[in-house]
Design a protein around this ligand. Structure first.
Ligand code: DOR
Ligand code: ZN
Length: 348
């Protein structure tokens, strides 16, 4: 492995928002060019709450995959207070719908139908544990009294730790973790819990969002934290601990919905996600740890094979476009108009 080029087993994205309709023409090619599989979030309007709806959504995604590329969307269901345990049984029989997403009601984009109290979904979670169906968690409390920078920590204490004491066998992914508290919690728990790390939380901290002006394209949830948390996330990513793996949480919103008085949460990283992770790993002298993080630990946790293809990145600077078309608007990607230092080799 030379320093100018790295090859790795083709990676997967274990947390992704593709949206629906015309937007798929933008989002699907951006992800499918790099990633072999992706866990697709169900927070559409209305949310994806049945296996049948997830399979229809999957067809719409597949219709947007460019010719000659193979891409497998791994679908998820949106947990509501009323999701029937029958639906979990159907999910367990499906090879393409693979997990259930827990949004606390009101925590983030399109979470209005999420869980209002974990007590309401306990029978569903118990059934998931029995059938070995993974639970993917947006780990933030929604209590308006709790400071937005502390919501993840409180979620661990108030919701996740009690849940895991009750169901330690439930396969759980704490998604897009943003704090050293989450790193410590996940590290200290049994093998049934893992966490995904986004590239924006590795590259940025809250100064990038707020210092010198409010930058709406750095606004996401969970919100960027202080640099000491960022450092803990980087340490986890490059540690070689198999509990921590890649999940971009790439979440496009139209420019008009970001640059406004009350902007949406979400950062669009798909156009250069792997390249940007490579920057982080390189900056910390850990390029040799990228393959396990991006391509091995995720499938291992989900009980899937690693991909058989490989891809290569070359150290060659290129400029991220200022914007991409997104349905009838545009989306501003992370790094818009700035240099990205690694480039995906298109011939692999
Ligand atoms: O920033 C975010 N955007 N966080 C989420 O949890 C949801 C996502 C979205 O769907 O836009
Ligand atoms: Zn997300």
């Amino acid at each position: 492995m030379s320093l100018e080029q790295i090859s790795l087993i083709k990676p997967d994205d274990w947390h992704l928002h593709l949206r629906d309709g015309e937007a798929l023409k933008t989002t699907v090619p951006h992800t499918a060019r790099t990633f072999s599989r992706a866990i697709v979030m169900p927070n559409l309007l209305p949310p994806v709450t049945t296996v049948a709806a997830a399979m229809d959504y999957r067809e719409r995604i597949l219709a947007a995959v460019p010719g000659g590329i193979s891409f497998r969307p791994l679908m998820t269901l949106y947990l509501t207070d009323n999701l029937a345990t029958d639906e979990i049984d159907r999910l367990a029989e499906s090879s393409e719908v693979v997990a259930v997403k827990y949004y606390p009601a009101g925590a983030t984009t399109n979470s209005e139908n999420g869980v209002t109290d974990i007590k309401h979904v306990m029978p569903t979670l118990e059934r998931m544990a029995e059938l070995n169906v993974p639970l993917l968690i947006h780990g933030e409390v929604t209590d308006p009294e709790i400071d937005i920078f502390d919501r993840e920590k409180h979620f661990i204490e108030q919701v996740l730790a009690p849940l895991r004491s009750h169901l330690p066998e439930l396969k759980t992914v704490l998604e897009h973790i943003t704090t050293k508290d989450s790193v410590q919690y996940v590290s200290s728990e049994n093998e049934n819990i893992a966490a995904t790390l986004t590239v924006h939380h590795l590259l940025h901290n809250r100064n990038d969002l707020l210092a010198g002006g409010v930058r709406p394209h750095f606004y996401c949830l969970p919100i960027l934290k202080r640099s000491s948390h960022q450092e803990a996330l980087i340490a986890a990513a490059i540690s070689g601990n198999e509990k921590f793996f890649l999940g971009t949480d790439s979440a496009p919103h139209a420019r008009s919905l970001k640059e406004t008085a009350c902007g949406c949460a979400g950062i669009y990283t798909a156009p250069a996600a792997l390249e940007l992770y490579a920057e982080v790993f390189e900056q910390h002298g850990a390029l040799d740890k990228l393959e396990n993080f991006a391509s091995v630990f995720g499938p291992r946790f989900y009980g899937l094979e690693t991909n058989s293809e490989t891809i290569s990145l070359t150290r060659q600077s290129w400029e991220m476009p200022d914007q991409y078309q997104l349905a009838d608007d545009v989306v501003i990607p992370l790094r818009a108009g700035e240099a990205v230092s690694w480039q995906l080799d298109q011939s692999t």
